[in-house]
Design a protein around this ligand. Structure first.
Ligand SMILES: [Mg+2]
Length: 266
């Protein structure tokens, strides 16, 4: 049986039933976070400003920690790469430990402003958010249909997996602190950019290997058309999820879902 949904043809308003995905194949549901399980506003208006505000103090307090030192070195390397690529990041000074700390914070804030996905920044943000969640200053947010869908899919024996450019730690904190309770017991695997970029075909192949399912047994849901294309090119089934008003980004990617209610309904 094919998963179907009522889909209105834009040109004449005619309503037709179109296949969305091959339901019989699906054993795992792979989900993007930003714009798919969670409002983008939560990330851009809550998480990013929080990390930006706390970054310098965090680096200062943890400057002696070997892991944090390593992340600062990785930031430095990224900074050099940005300069080589003509991106004009804020100047980095290594003259003293104080200059180095301030430079890493200023550069990190510059990266946050540009929504950088670079791995050391994501790791630092994850650690800062961890403290924020632990202190109750931050709380995860998901759309109302998400906890219901996780329970339903679990009942049906589907493995729920997450793939987001936010670090695995940040993902676990988000899903662990939503208003309805801890959603992490419903999730079998978390993937971040350590597995590769979300627009790269091979990232999806690696995820399939890690979860030990065939590529075609995955249904990937995301709000980014390029990610839909990459997942499909890898051999996964994939659908674009648009929570807000229809946009041009959806053109050419096939059927679009507005929430999770129609995906393996009860
Ligand atoms: Mg997204």
């Amino acid at each position: 049986m094919l998963g179907t949904a009522l889909h209105s043809a834009a040109d004449c308003g005619e309503v037709t039933r179109v296949p969305l995905y091959d339901e019989t194949q699906v054993r795992a549901i792979l989900l993007d976070i930003e714009g798919t399980t969670t409002p983008i506003d939560f990330v851009t208006k809550t998480l990013f400003p929080y990390a930006s505000r706390k970054l310098e103090a965090f680096l200062r307090e943890n400057a002696a920690d070997a892991e944090i030192c390593g992340l600062i070195q990785e930031l430095r390397a990224q900074h050099d790469a940005d300069e080589r690529n003509g991106l004009q990041p804020p100047r980095w000074r290594d003259d003293s430990e104080e200059e180095r700390l301030r430079s890493s914070a200023t550069y990190g804030q510059w990266l946050i402003t540009g929504d950088s996905k670079c791995t050391p920044l994501k790791a630092l943000q994850g650690k800062i958010w961890q403290r924020g969640y632990a202190r109750g200053e931050l709380r995860g947010e998901v759309y109302p249909d998400v906890p219901v869908a996780f329970e339903r899919w679990n009942r049906q024996g589907k493995a729920v997996c997450i793939y987001s450019s936010g670090s695995v730690l940040a993902q676990q904190l988000l899903f662990g602190t939503v208003a309805t309770g801890d959603l992490t017991p419903h999730i079998v695997a978390f993937f971040d950019t350590q597995v590769g970029a979300k627009t790269e075909v091979r990232s999806y192949r690696k995820i399939a290997v890690a979860v030990s399912y065939e590529l075609r047994e995955f249904l990937f849901l995301t709000d980014a058309a390029k990610e839909v294309e990459a997942a499909r090119a890898a051999g996964m089934q994939a659908l674009l999820c648009q929570r807000g008003a229809p946009s041009k980004a959806a053109e050419g990617t096939g059927p679009v879902i507005r929430n999770f209610n129609g995906i393996f309904p009860a």
